[in-house]
Design a protein around this ligand. Structure first.
Ligand code: GDP
Length: 193
């Protein structure tokens, strides 16, 4: 069936966001790395499911090898299901994402978030970046412009409302993401006609 796949680094608030979207109260893997296999949830009234993929990147007390294996599993899942995945949602922590990206870039590495964003586009999955924890961000426009820059999207960020959705899952402020998702779903529906 059709699905919307959620990916993101550990601790970005992906579980909180899934809960907000689906209304499910499920125990989140408090121990990092616990959710190794995808979880599927129904979206009320919709004919597709939400897929919660495991968190990737640094996790306290999880070995490098395990982290790599998790990422490989995620990439493999997405490759195998690319035909069914209507939209990919990359969840990032709006307060931390720029620093994390820049730190990795300075070391000559490709940051996980940037890699995942380009990978989703490569396999032709329309992608929305859910920029979470915006309640903690003071310099909202600067932050979002910087993120667009790091993702290779020429700013200003307001030109990318279908791609960049500033939200606060914890406060239940997720309308920009709902709207971006609806835009993509509508476009795909039109393509089917
Ligand atoms: P996950 O590892 O990505 O599933 O992250 P969780 O959903 O478990 O959230 C990690 C932490 O971030 C928790 O302490 C949440 O309460 C917090 N969090 C999640 N969303 C937000 C948000 O929008 N704003 C703030 N300030 N904190 C959030």
């Amino acid at each position: 069936g059709s699905e919307i796949a959620f990916v993101g680094r550990s601790n970005v608030g992906k579980s909180t966001l899934m809960r907000e979207f689906t209304g499910h109260t499920f125990t989140t893997g408090k121990k990092p790395g616990v959710t190794r296999s995808p979880n599927h949830y129904d979206w009320a009234g919709a004919d597709f499911t939400f897929t919660d993929l495991p968190g990737f990147g640094f996790m306290e007390g999880v070995e490098e090898g395990t982290r790599e294996a998790i990422k490989t599993d995620i990439v493999q899942y997405i490759e195998e299901h690319s035909a069914e995945i209507l939209v990919g949602v990359l969840v990032v922590d709006g307060k931390a994402v720029i620093d994390i990206i820049d730190r990795h870039s300075e070391r000559g590495e490709v940051p996980h978030d940037v890699e995942m964003f380009h990978f989703l586009r490569e396999v032709e999955i329309p992608t929305v970046v859910a920029v979470n924890k915006m309640d903690k961000v003071d310099d909202r426009d600067e932050r979002l412009d910087a993120l667009c820059d790091r993702l290779g999207l020429p700013g200003p960020w307001q030109q990318w409302r279908d791609v960049v959705a500033p939200i606060s899952a914890k406060r239940g402020q997720i309308d920009p993401l709902r709207e971006a998702l609806e835009t993509h779903l509508r476009e795909q529906h039109r393509d089917d006609l």
